[in-house]
Design a protein around this ligand. Structure first.
Ligand code: GLC
Length: 539
């Protein structure tokens, strides 16, 4: 009997951000019917799976990551029947489906939290969350000094039944997101039910939101450097510097991040996933270096973890080579994942400098990532070479912007609705007034505009995904080797004579002997590789 590798080990997964993907109902927000209508597009891209950010009932105070019922569909996105149809139709096209699971917190609109508010201190209803008395003379100081990842304290005070200020509840993110108490059996049980609910509907896996955050030290001790600790997992972490290393060290062993007990939670989930047929999987969202990350993919816990070191790496050959090597080696034998951006970060073209240079580098970095062993996560619109949209402050939605009083602009720029066709907003997205504005000037970037243009980013993604699937040298188990004879060039060798060269330098470099398979920008007349370009060769 031959055992084949599970599908997720080298899958290409496309992240759908449902609110901004495609709008069939015409209300200016994307929906599940929109996802269904674009499944042919996703299949033609050549991806193996889609991951959908949350589409569950939610007040949308953190764009759906404030879930008020994890086993239902928000009417703005459709119905449970639509979700079932989406799963079935994706499967019919050979696409797997991963859904988001948000276990660190519930929306304060969730019925459990409403019950907790209506119940007295010390009640079983409150014990599902982290309710504590405040400090100071009237309890008007937060219970400890932990900081929210969205800035400010990670505690919010409630008004009790007598109308007076009372206990505080923990919120690692927005105050509309109350952290769950994972030592409470109700919580464990409820998430087992949620896992089974979606597995029974046929989903192939889960993306686990804030996977490093669920367990807390129940003695709630103060931390020495609350802001530094948050910076250690901050959404725009600057990897590599001494200061970022210091902050990362604060995370390891902290009382509310990356505690060993989270792995016990995942062992329970793994047993459930393994009890279903068909390689069901889970991928952890945890902003951690490889030495810590490997615990999440230890064999009896989750299956994959996002590679944020790679996601945040600059366009620099030395840095990229170090990150690639340290993450592959650091996670082995578990496979690595690669992503250039997601809904929490700047779009890759913006992050790498914006403008033509940013797009050029984004294309080159994508081709490097597509040539690596492991699995690949593509954020919607990345395949179109989109850059962050400029969002006027009065249209911003991200709680990070509001909590930081505008000091941090937040993540809305990456979340503008996709351009499908046409020369002006809404670019075929649907509706008239899209929930976030789209920029002028996206007419040349729509799917329709790029569809038949061989020089487009869309064509590049189609070609590289196809080669990734068909070239024997890029098979999941094909060897890999990186050489950096020059510190501004990466040469990646895979099997069967496949060579990938990324030129991060400011001048052209000679190409290896062999045939060009694909390149992120045209090679020069003498065959050399221009700056900010990746080319694949058959040698
Ligand atoms: C994760 C999500 C992010 C969300 C946060 C709180 O980091 O990706 O969008 O704001 O968790 O749920």
């Amino acid at each position: 009997m031959t055992t084949s590798e599970p599908w997720w080990r080298d899958a290409v997964v496309y992240q759908v951000y449902p609110r901004s993907f495609a709008d069939e109902s015409g209300d200016g927000e994307g929906d599940l019917a929109g996802v269904i209508s674009r499944l042919p597009y996703l299949a033609s891209l050549g991806v193996d799976a889609i991951w959908l950010s949350p589409f569950y009932p939610s007040p949308q105070l953190d764009a759906g990551y404030d879930v008020s019922d994890p086993r239902a569909v928000d009417p703005r996105f459709g119905t449970l029947e639509d979700a079932q149809r989406m799963i079935n139709e994706a499967h019919a096209r050979g696409l797997r489906v991963i859904v988001d699971l948000v276990p660190n917190h519930f929306s304060t609109a969730h019925e459990w939290f409403q019950e907790a508010l209506a119940s007295p201190p010390g009640s079983p209803e409150r014990a599902r969350f982290h309710f504590r008395e405040g400090r100071g003379p009237n309890g008007d100081e937060p219970p400890n000094n932990w900081a929210s990842l969205f800035t400010g304290p990670s505690w919010t005070r409630v008004t009790e039944a007598d109308g007076l200020p009372g206990q505080w509840y923990m919120n690692m993110f927005d105050s509309s997101q109350a952290d769950l108490n994972w030592t409470n059996p109700d919580v464990v049980e409820d998430f087992h039910t949620t896992l089974r609910f979606w597995l029974d509907m046929g989903v192939d896996g889960f993306r686990v939101d804030v996977a490093f955050g669920l367990a807390k030290d129940m003695t709630y001790p103060d931390v020495p450097d609350p802001v530094g600790l948050v910076e250690g997992v901050r959404l725009d972490l600057d990897t590599g510097s001494e200061e970022s290393q210091r902050r990362r060290d604060l995370v390891a062993g902290s009382p509310y991040m990356d505690r060993d007990e989270v792995q016990d939670i995942y062992r329970g989930w793994r047993a459930i996933l393994d009890s279903y047929e068909g390689d069901r999987m889970a991928v952890a969202e945890a902003w951690l270096p490889p030495a810590r990350a490997r615990r999440y993919v230890a064999g009896d816990t989750l299956h994959q973890i996002f590679n944020f070191d790679f996601l945040m790496a600059p366009w620099d050959a030395g840095a990229l080579a170090r990150v690639i090597t340290s993450t592959i080696d650091g996670l082995a034998p578990a496979p690595v994942t690669w992503a250039l951006n997601n809904h929490d970060t700047a779009r890759v073209a913006t992050r790498l400098g914006g403008g033509d240079v940013g797009v050029r580098r984004a294309r080159a970095l994508a081709m490097l990532a597509h040539a690596l062993p492991g699995s690949l996560y593509i954020f919607q619109g990345e395949e179109l070479g989109l850059q962050d949209a400029e969002i006027p402050n009065e249209r911003r939605e991200d709680p990070v912007f509001f909590r930081s009083k505008g000091e941090q602009l937040g993540r809305d720029g990456a979340r503008a609705p996709l351009p499908w066709s046409g020369d002006a907003p809404p670019y075929g997205f649907g509706g008239q007034h899209t929930w976030l504005p789209q920029p002028d000037g996206w007419g040349g970037l729509t799917v329709a505009a790029q569809q038949d243009d061989p020089a487009s980013t869309l064509a590049l993604y189609r070609a590289s995904i196809l080669l990734r699937r068909t070239h024997p040298g890029l098979a999941g188990d094909a060897p890999w080797r990186i050489t950096t004879d020059r510190d501004d060039v990466i040469v990646l060798e895979r099997g069967a004579g496949f060579v990938c060269v990324s030129n991060c330098s400011a001048g052209p470099i000679p190409a290896p002997d062999g045939m060009v398979l694909l390149s992120s920008a045209p090679l020069l007349a003498d065959g050399s590789i221009p700056p900010d370009t990746t080319a694949w060769f058959q040698t």
